[in-house]
Structure formats: C-alpha cells, structure tokens
Design a protein around this ligand. Structure first.
Ligand code: EPS
Length: 401
C-alpha cells in the first residue's frame, strides 16, 4: 500500500526487541535520535496502561541510514530493546529448550476471544498460542511509532504537523473545544487520557479505574489532525491512489482498531447534502491554494481522495482490549474442554497510546503521498518539486509573483 515511504517491522513482544526498517527517506533530512525517542516516550504514556510500561524505557537506536545527523537516502534501521526480555529468555529462546515444561515455556492453550490467538493457531498450524500472541501484541506499535517519527520529521520540513486527542473512552463522550487549540498535542498532554475536555477526562480516568477493578477493559475513539498539507496530494484517478482509502487502511491495520471516520464521518450519512459539503469561497490570501477557501471542513481535508488544503481529520474506534483479568469463556485447544481464556498481564485501556500510533500511521501515509507527488533523492530535490508545484498553482491563478 505504501509505495514511496515504506517500512517493515520485526520482533516479538517478549523477544529481544523490535526492529523497524524504513525505506525511501530522501538524503539530507536532519534526524536526531531524540526525534524518535520523544515519540516512543509519548506512546508509553496514558492512563490505563499495565505493569509492562513500568519495565520498558523505549528510546530507539538508529542502526543505519543516518550519518552525522543527516539521512543518507539508504534504509534506516531502528532497534528498540525489550527490557522485559530478560524475564523471558527461556520461554522466548531461539534454540529449543529440552525437557522444559509448559509452565516454564509459558505455553498458552486457552485462546482469548477477540485476540488473534485462535485464528493464528489454526492458520499457522501451531499448538501454543504464544507462537501467535507474541507477534500480534500491540508491542509492535513501538516500531511503527519509530517509523512515524521519521515521517513526521520529513513532513515538518514542509510545514505539516500531526497531532491527536481522545474524543471518547468507555462510552464517555468529550465536548470539542472551540476553537481547537493551536497545538493539539501540547493541550492533550495536560490530560492523563489525552482528552481536551477536562470534565470528560476526569470521568474517563474513573471509568478506567472501575473497569480495572472489575478485571475488565475499555475502548474508545481518538482523532488525528494533520495541518499544513497543501491541496493536491493523493488522487481521484484510481482506487488505490485515493488518500482517504490509504489512510483508512493504515489506521485499521493498528491492533484493536475497528472503524475509521474521515471528517464528519458517519454523521454525514444522516444529513442533507447542503449541511455536509464545504462551500467554496474566494480568498486571495491563499495564493498557493489557487485563491480558494472553505467555510468549514466537514470533508476532513479530503475530496476525491485528494487533500483540499484544509486539515486532514480522521477518527478511529478502538475496541476494548481482549486480555481480560476476568477472562471470558473459551475452549482448551489441547483437551477440547470448555474453559476460561488465559489471564495474561495487560493494559486496562490503551486508547491514549493508540492515538500516538494513529499519528504515526497518518504521518507515514502523508509522507508517502508527499514523496509520491514530489519525489527526489535528496531533501533539496523534494523541496524544489514541492515549491514548484505550489508556485505553479499560484501563478495559474494570479500570475507570477
Ligand atoms: C499487550 C499486552 C501488554 C501490553 C503490550 C501489549 O504487554 P505484556 O503482555 O508484556 O503485559 O503492555 O503493550 C506493550 C508492551 C507496548 O509496548 O505497548 C498485548 O497483548 O497486545
């Protein structure tokens, strides 16, 4: 799905670490390790996380692709250590461990409803669900966030910023601030659940405590907002070039996400066309947008699978996590007997962290769209193409500056 800014991840949740390889970054992009460490630290936060986050201190080590603070145009490899691996050396051993019992190897025969455990066992012909859950775990999102940090760094060169906030959690809806804060992430960081409505934020924390004490879990909805993307990225011409589809696919690929809305989203289906579509005005100040402006942004910054120049706004629905401390009914895959699913240490709620992962996936898709349109082996070349394209739009409507 990604054609220009590509990445792949490897690693198991309690293995030695997570690796991500990012391909397609132009040469000459300034990149400090702290740009990655900062995003990884943001992902580790959020009220509702379990004991694991007290063990990990994700920073990310750049193994390749950067020299003297600048990208080389070669693949970037980033390594994120799993500190918890120290406790898992035997069960996660690469070599066989003869004579070890099921407990020592932490084998799992009781698949959790909602997790990849059962389908993975059947599909990959495994007996031990640990062979599945170690990879299906959302620990993998640390690697995505590292790739997203590189995408963000590239987008920043072009004035594009990506932020997120939690709009709903455990059924508690937040009120939208009006106007929205200038920097969503700075405002969201004030709330333990990254919610911009202080009252809702308090109620969400209480709901997490309640669910946790009952051995249950909670889901929610987060919103990602990307500002500064100019008009004309993505395309209407072919199904797989439509940016709304590419964003939705990338966001739905995040573990535990069940739905994506763009702009007004599902609400648009209930309204009249006149209430939905964003009327067009003349605005000479927006030379590089052809001198056009919109009165509102119900489209969420996308028309015809192409950016309009308004903020790109997407919301993503996350289901409650499927590792419950009060487990649901399941079947023992060894005996075929009815049993309770396995109790695995986990989080009560990871919606605030999922928002950071959502930002990463949006940044990656937008970076891909940017490189698709502007190309170039070096940042300078990409920038030349970017500026020339926007100057051309301005010239067409106003004549050369
Ligand atoms: C996860 C279960 C928990 C989470 C984990 C995702 O880990 P553990 O099984 O070690 O307690 O903390 O998330 C992370 C490790 C992370 O870095 O986000 C799961 O089953 O998906």
């Amino acid at each position: 799905m990604l054609t220009h800014f590509r990445f792949t991840t490897a690693g198991e949740s309690h293995g030695k670490g997570m690796l991500v390889i990012v391909e397609g970054v132009p040469a000459g992009l300034p990149l400090e390790p702290v740009a990655i460490a900062r995003e990884l630290a943001r992902r580790q936060g959020g009220y509702g996380r379990g004991g694991r986050m007290a063990i990990e201190e994700d920073a990310g080590e750049i193994l390749s692709g950067v020299r003297l603070g600048e990208t080389l145009g070669s693949p970037l490899a980033v390594w994120i250590v799993n500190r918890d691996w120290d406790h898992w050396r035997t069960p996660m051993s690469v070599k066989p461990v003869p004579d070890a019992d099921d407990e020592t190897l932490r084998r799992v025969y009781l698949p959790r409803p909602g997790h990849a455990d059962l389908v993975g066992l059947l599909k990959y012909d495994r007996e031990d669900a640990r062979d599945v859950l170690e990879r299906s775990s959302a620990r993998e999102t640390a690697a995505r966030v590292a790739a997203g940090a590189v995408a963000r760094r590239l987008l920043a060169e072009f004035g594009v910023r990506v932020g997120s906030h939690v709009v709903s959690l455990g059924g508690i809806e937040s009120r939208r601030p009006d106007p929205m804060p200038e920097d969503v992430n700075i405002a969201a960081a004030e709330s333990p659940v990254r919610c911009l409505d202080p009252e809702a934020s308090t109620a969400m924390v209480e709901a997490i405590d309640r669910a946790g004490s009952e051995g249950d879990t909670l889901g929610g909805v987060f919103e990602v907002v990307a500002t500064g993307m100019p008009v004309g990225f993505g395309s209407h011409v072919s199904w797989d070039r439509r940016l709304d589809g590419r964003l939705a696919g990338a966001l739905m690929s995040i573990q535990a996400q069940k739905g994506v809305e763009i702009g007004m989203g599902f609400e648009a289906a209930r309204r009249l066309g006149s209430e939905v579509h964003d009327e067009i005005d003349r605005d000479p100040a927006r030379r590089r947008g052809g001198g056009f402006a919109r009165r509102r942004n119900n489209a969420g910054g996308l028309e015809g699978g192409t950016t309009t120049g308004e903020p790109v706004v997407v919301r993503v629905a996350m289901k409650p996590l499927s590792s419950l401390m009060r487990p649901l009914d399941s079947v023992d895959v060894h005996t075929g007997e009815k049993a309770r699913a396995v109790r695995e240490r986990s989080d009560v709620c990871a919606v605030p962290a999922a928002g950071i992962v959502g930002e990463a996936m949006v940044a990656i898709v937008l970076a891909d769209a940017l490189l698709e349109k502007c190309g170039g082996d070096s940042l300078a070349e990409t920038r030349d193409h970017f500026e020339a394209y926007l100057d051309r739009i301005a010239d067409r409507h106003f004549g050369p500056a």
